[in-house]
Design a binder for this molecule. Sequence first.
Ligand code: SF4
Length: 178
Amino acid sequence: MKGIKTAATPEMTHGSAVHEQLETIFKQDATPASFEQAVEESKKTASMSREVFVIAPEYGIRGYIDEIRMKPEEIVIIDDKPGRTPYPSSMNQVRAYALAYKSMTNEDRIIKSALRERGTDNLFWIEQFTPEVEKEIEFTINRMQGLIDGSRPFIPTKNPNKCRSCRYSRYCEHYKKD
Ligand code: SF4
């Protein structure tokens, strides 16, 4: 928002390297297909797609989904995370992907959002994308859009642990040293 650039953290660099490794392994057996083809085919035969680009301009969402497991009866949208803690920001990220996916496909299958421990098959958090969840994430996204366009104020965290590891602390007027 303020155009401040900071260096990537070691966790980010490691995460990108793991992503690339998984991508290379996946491509060895993968069949190229368009997004629409993959969605349509999966209504008959289960499949998996990685690094799926989704965009929903009406919500201001744009991103790459780490993996989508498409089965005839359900869609599971997965984001890889270091560790096994389902932070609200991680849950909301993958909920926003589910919202974008739904808006692009008019999907009538069950959609689930999930977080997976990076480098494993451990889905440590999974949730069905119900109408209630959809409403909540729409509300959250609207609030974020309000922050971006300046119509709502930012509220700094009260958690000093977050500030301690924040990459923007030296630019932040709310940062207090212990
Ligand atoms: S230092 Fe500022 S930007 Fe970073 S977490 Fe704390 S309040 Fe938020």
